[in-house]
Design a protein around this ligand. Structure first.
Ligand code: AMP
Ligand code: ZN
Length: 111
């Protein structure tokens, strides 16, 4: 999608620090990290939110990637997986993304 910032990262038009590169998914570090480790895992194709994610193979790849990243040394003390959907969640970027947050104690419940 032309004016989507995450599609531009996928195409290499905007720089990002890549954390994971799969067949149909990519993970990169959040530009405004909310924890010492803050990775955004996204499908390479433009899908607005999880509500439009229908492709079973892509679902499998997304969760396999999250599992793989989640086993990395830097996440050894645990992590939080966050998906924001819709206005009340504060979601800003309309390209499906999974926040993977780690490296510090995270408050629960979230604010
Ligand atoms: P959300 O509020 O769930 O839509 O989260 C969007 C996330 O994208 C925020 O945490 C932003 O800091 C992050 N973000 C926005 N632009 C970029 C970028 N160019 N590179 C990396 N992360 C970004
Ligand atoms: Zn996009």
């Amino acid at each position: 999608m032309d004016n989507c910032i995450f599609c531009k990262i996928v195409k290499g038009e905007i720089p990002a620090k890549i954390a994971f590169d799969g067949k149909r998914v990519i993970g990169f570090y959040d530009i405004n990290p909310q924890a010492p480790v803050h990775i955004l895992l996204i499908p390479k194709e433009h899908i607005p939110t999880i509500l439009e994610l229908k492709d079973k193979e892509l679902k499998d790849e997304i969760f396999s990637a999250i599992t793989e990243i989640g086993k990395e040394e830097k996440l050894k003390n645990g992590f939080r997986l966050v998906v924001n959907i819709g206005r009340d969640s504060g979601c800003e970027v309309l390209h499906l993304h999974f926040h993977i947050l780690s490296g510090r104690r995270l408050d629960w419940p979230p604010g």
